[in-house]
Every structure is written in C-alpha cells, then in structure tokens.
Design a protein around this ligand. Structure first.
Ligand code: DUC
Ligand code: ZN
Ligand code: ZN
Ligand code: ZN
Length: 489
C-alpha cells in the first residue's frame, strides 16, 4: 500500500550532514535512513538517483484565510494555500491567529475551525493587539494548553493592529515568563501614518505611494527599538519580514553583542526590488503592495548576503494573497490596497535558485534556512526539519538539473496574478511527501482536506538557553549597595 514508501539512491540532505542513502517511510514516519534498504513488494518505490532528498519546507510566516484591511478573507484559504505550498515543496506552515475583538481564545477557535480542511501540517503564532489582565491570562492558556509558543506584536497598522511601547514591554515580559518567543512586525506605525498623509497631500495616490510613504528608515527605527526593548526585558526576539538593510544591520549588531535576535527575510524581499510598484497599470503595480514594502534594488542582494553569512537565519513568505478585484479596492488611494503578496508555492524554488544555484550557500544550508532552523526555533525539531529515523515523513525530492517556471496560469494558489510571473530557474521539486502521503508527483497534485494535523509547539526553545530568568533592570539592581535599597530594618 502507499503508506509504505522507499526513496532509493538519492542524496539525503540534513542541515548538519549529507550522504547517499535510501529513505524508508511507513505510516507517516521515517523508519530508516541508510544505504541499500531491502524491502518487500507492497511498497511504492521512488528513484531519487542524482537528486536531493530533503526535509519538506516549513514556512514560518503565512496568512491564510485572514480578514484584513476591509477584505473578508485573503484569497487563499487553508486548503488552497496549502495545496499551493505542497506543489512547491512546503509541507508545513505556521500561520498567525488574529484575535477576535481582542480575545485570543475566540481568535484561536476561529482559526482552529478554518484549519480543519488542512491538507498538510500547520502550527500557529498568536497576535497580541491589546493589553489587559484577560489577554495576559489568555497567553498562559495558549502556551500551557493550546500548543502556542510565539506571540506577534504589530508595531504598524495604526488603529487596527498596532501596539505601543508600553504594550510591547508588557507583552515581552509575559513572553519571557512563559518561555514564548516574542515576534515583531517592525515599522514605526505613527510615522507611516504621517508618511501616508503626506503622499496623499502631494497627490501621489498610486501604488508607488505605498513604498514612498514608509521608507526603510522607519523599519530600521522600529527594529532597533524592539531589539532594545527585548534587551531591557532580557528575552529573545524574532523579527518577521526583514525587508531592508536598515533592519538587517540592527539585527547584525545585536547578534554580534550576543543578544538572541532572529531575523526572517521573506522571498519577495530577497528576490525582487520595488520597480514593479511604478508600473503604470494599477493591478500590475498593486500586486506588489505588501508591508514593509519591497525595497529599492540593493536591499535584495544585501539580504541575500546576510542570509548566506548567518546574520539572518531562515526564510518565510508572508504569503497573504489577494486577487485583482480585492487589490482594486485601493484604485484611488494606495492606503486602501490590501497589503500582501503570494509566495508559499514559490519559496522553495526561488530560494534554491537564488541562494544555492547561484553558489551563495550549500545544499545543507538550504535545508537549514528553509526547514530545520524554523523547526528548532519553534521547538519541533527533530520531529520536523530532518530526514532522520523517527521524524515525520515530510520529504521532498528536488532535481537540480530540472527547471521551474512560475506563472499565474499554472500556479495552484487561487490568486489571478503572481509577483514572480515569468520567472524561471534551475532546480525543481519533483516529489512532495507530506505526512507519508505522496501529494505531488509528475506535476500532479493529490491533496485531501482534513489530512493535515495541528502541530503543538512547546515553550522554551533553544533560544532561552542561557537566558537569565530575571530582566536587565533586576540584574543591574544587584550591583546597588544592598543596605540602602534592600534593608529589612
Ligand atoms: N504585511 C502584509 O503585507 N500582509 C499581511 C500583514 C503584513 O504585515
Ligand atoms: Zn548520516
Ligand atoms: Zn507583518
Ligand atoms: Zn505577515
């Protein structure tokens, strides 16, 4: 039966090691990884000679079926978004629960329901959009009962999602006490608001106004601020969608000083520049609108270099797809263009072509930045992110001599455009196995709603190792004269 699969003769690649070996899968789990595995007849055999056998991609950053900016729902729901992912070699994603009326519990339940039709494994981060005792208690429930180990704070989207510094501090402290990872969308939302008003006053209402209104300096400022507040609280920090040199350099500096900061570039920021936003056709330009914006040429190459040198650690997509009709909500005013781009289906191919095929990183590094590091950060390694006996059978076979071509005509996302339209490159995901099911082979997708599982993520990942339980203020208070400040008399 197809619950038993033997992958023969490929180069098996993990983040730490590669070797030519067979991989034997039974009932959704990798049972053995070694040369010359002998098995019986009732088994599906896949020949991987001359190809790479790697852990399926894990996308740490997606927005499927999200209500956002006046749109009921992004165009990809949990099923269509995951179908697209699987066709592109991604076998797990971590989506963001958006609270309902500020309630984390209500938000979590809503996302649980949406995700019932899942065709691949998934996890959740939870966004924090307001602060009170209820939210604080709900964070405990999320971590202790619901399998959440990360919370996201939006420093932009004034009036919708944005939090202030006071909330950031409260939230970071709570994350630290729970062993949960604090994540930030780092842009100065007040300044963005101001920049947008200025653009409109200047008569710039088209998609290019989006990029012009929120320059890289505002991403650098918020990244630096979040990093310093995390240092003050003494807790690890994860910066999502690092789009600029400005933000990347802040992360580099903090990491050099020993602070636990993770930087996640996204594919659009790595392989595109902002030129598309100046296209005179509204829909063509609007498809590139995301936040933070895709930057001018130069930022892309710098982010690639930072990724290859370990300054940035893993690649996401921020997949948040809208179709042309939804994008057209902002035809007269760029502030109303729903923010978001596609990428969940393209990430594995574009990172291979841009980083490995170009010679910037090794195949093992590719596995690390597309899968293993995400599994380690969110504490699900080696169940995920590895081709090891005992790991989940989330596996891809990539042919380095074959090529891919991207088009809205052939992609699996429901959106009618693709920001990578026409792009070709070397390296093709020929087979995707998710949870032991062969879902993508011979360019054919076979996906079943309900076959994906929710993956609970435990707190206190490796990022918390060596981090003192107390905050920086308490640590420095220990150096004060004990008599004056801590006398019991
Ligand atoms: N940026 C986007 O472009 N879309 C979703 C949310 C975000 O921060
Ligand atoms: Zn080995
Ligand atoms: Zn964001
Ligand atoms: Zn996002």
């Amino acid at each position: 039966s197809s619950s038993k699969i033997l992958i023969k003769g490929g180069t098996v690649v993990n983040a730490h090691h590669q070797e030519i070996a067979d991989v034997y899968v039974e009932d959704g789990i990798i049972v053995a990884v070694r040369p010359n595995i002998k098995v019986g007849d009732d088994i599906t055999v896949l020949d991987a000679t001359g190809k790479f056998v790697m852990p399926g991609g894990i996308d740490p950053h997606t927005h499927l079926e999200m209500e956002f900016m006046g749109i009921d729902q992004t165009i990809d729901d949990f099923f269509s978004g995951q179908a697209a992912a699987l066709a592109g070699g991604t076998t797990m994603h971590i989506d963001f629960v958006i609270p309902v009326g500020g309630s984390l519990t209500a938000g979590f339940e809503a996302y649980e329901k949406k995700a019932k039709k899942s065709a691949m494994d998934y996890g959740f981060h939870v966004a924090i959009t307001k602060w009170d005792d209820t939210v604080s208690k709900e964070m405990e429930i999320m971590v202790n009962e619901k399998g959440i180990n990360s919370f996201k704070f939006f420093m932009a989207y004034k009036g919708i999602l944005m939090v202030n510094d006071e909330l950031l501090l409260e939230g970071f402290k709570k994350c630290k006490s729970l062993g949960a990872l604090a994540m930030v969308h780092a842009e100065n939302g007040d300044a963005v608001f101001e920049g947008q008003k200025r653009m409109i006053e200047l008569g710039i209402t088209g998609p290019e106004g989006h990029a012009l209104s929120r320059p890289a300096v505002l991403e650098g400022e918020a990244t630096a601020r979040a990093i310093r507040l995390a240092a003050f609280v003494n807790t690890p920090l994860y910066v999502v969608h690092v789009m600029s040199i400005d933000a990347m350099e802040e992360i580099a500096k903090a990491r050099k000083s020993g602070q636990k900061v993770i930087g996640e570039p996204v594919v659009s920021g790595l392989v595109l520049d902002d030129s598309g936003l100046w296209d005179t056709d509204f829909v063509t330009a609007a498809k590139y609108v995301m936040s933070p914006p895709i930057r001018a040429a130069g930022h892309d190459k710098a982010l690639q270099a930072a990724l290859s040198r370990g300054i940035l650690q893993l690649v996401g997509t921020d997949h948040c797809a809208f179709n042309s009709t939804q994008k057209s909500l902002g035809i007269d005013d760029f502030r109303k263009i729903p923010n978001g781009v596609n990428g969940i289906e393209e990430r594995m191919h574009l990172v291979w072509d841009t980083m490995v095929e170009s010679g910037q990183i090794s195949v093992s590094d590719y596995v690390r930045i597309t899968s293993t590091e995400c599994a380690r950060i969110f504490n699900i390694y080696p169940r995920k992110g590895a081709i090891l006996a005992g790991s989940d059978a989330d596996i891809i076979i990539l042919n380095p001599n074959s090529s891919f071509e991207i088009s809205a005509n052939t992609h699996h996302s429901r959106t009618d455009t693709n920001i990578y339209e026409g792009r070709r490159g070397k390296g093709k995901v020929e087979v995707t196995i998710a949870g032991g099911r062969i879902v993508w082979v011979n360019n054919e997708l076979t996906v079943t709603p309900g076959s994906g599982k929710y993956v609970k993520m435990p707190p206190f990942s490796y990022l918390f190792e060596g981090i003192d339980k107390t905050d920086a203020i308490y640590l420095s208070s220990l150096r004060a004269p004990a008599k004056r400040y801590r006398s019991t008399e």
